[in-house]
Ligand binder design. Structure first.
Ligand SMILES: Nc1nc2c(ncn2[C@@H]2O[C@H](COP(=O)(O)OP(=O)(O)OP(=O)(O)O)[C@@H](O)[C@H]2O)c(=O)[nH]1
Ligand SMILES: C=C(OP(=O)(O)O)C(=O)O
Length: 207
């Protein structure tokens, strides 16, 4: 199928991840790591349910993440020696050698597979990206079939992806645009409906 894509999902080592969310779990490092993992598990679970997604692979150097992803049937590729999010994504994309590759951020705990599917279809075989709800960051970047991903994630990535020629996809996909960096983001995601892993990691938020 023309829109079918293999997704690489970057997941930072849990003890360094989601530092802006520390307050959501009261500063307890074990609960914080569980929350960071749960965000990724819900994101990946939704991607696996999406018909146009052929394969999902995480890019991570954290053995705990790799073990939990393996339980979902998802393979993990270790990060390359060179640090950095874009370096990890390029390495993952080169390792997979897919016909069509995409990068999905791992912090989309309300993600719905119908919204992800709609975005894949809207890309219509072009290199394209979905900005986050603020319009400054990026939650999904899709290469054109046979094309390079050329990821430019980081501060202001939506502008960088646009400047590099990627098409901005601005459909009605709140769950795909709601990446969770802060407690406010988490509140908005919980209004959309958290996935089960994140809901279980945050009992006080859902009772
Ligand atoms: N493998 C890998 N993933 C990364 C790296 N940096 C960020 N990520 C992932 O990229 C996505 C977006 O990153 P951020 O939203 O900045 O998340 P974060 O760095 O964990 O959060 P903060 O500490 O609050 O900045 C998340 O899925 C992270 O897990 C990296 O160096 N390697
Ligand atoms: C790395 C990014 O995520 P965030 O802005 O959520 O840190 C990005 O949007 O490029």
């Amino acid at each position: 199928m023309r829109d079918e894509v293999d997704l690489v999902v970057p997941v930072k080592t849990l003890d360094r991840a989601k530092t802006r969310l520390t307050s959501a779990t009261g500063g307890d490092p074990v609960s914080h790591a569980a929350l960071a993992l749960a965000l990724a598990m819900d994101t990946v679970s939704a991607a696996l349910r999406t018909p146009g997604v052929r394969r999902v692979v995480t890019i991570t150097s954290d053995p705990a993440v790799a073990a939990e992803m393996a339980a979902l049937g998802v393979e993990s590729i270790p990060e390359p020696a060179q640090p950095g999010l874009n370096e990890a994504l390029v390495h993952g994309a080169r390792t997979l050698r897919s016909i069509r590759i995409g990068a999905l951020q791992a912090d989309l705990p309300a993600l719905r597979s119908d919204e992800l599917q709609a975005a894949l279809e809207a890309a219509n075989a072009r290199r394209a990206f979905v900005p986050d709800r603020q319009g400054t960051g990026t939650t999904l970047l899709l290469a054109a079939p046979g094309g390079e991903l050329d990821p430019r994630f980081g501060v202001g990535s939506a502008g960088h992806h646009r400047d590099s020629g990627a098409i901005a996809l601005l459909g009605p996909w709140p769950s795909l645009r709601c990446d969770v960096d802060t407690e406010e983001d988490l509140r908005l995601a919980s209004m959309l409906g958290l996935g089960t892993h994140t809901a279980n990691a945050l009992p006080a938020w859902t009772t």
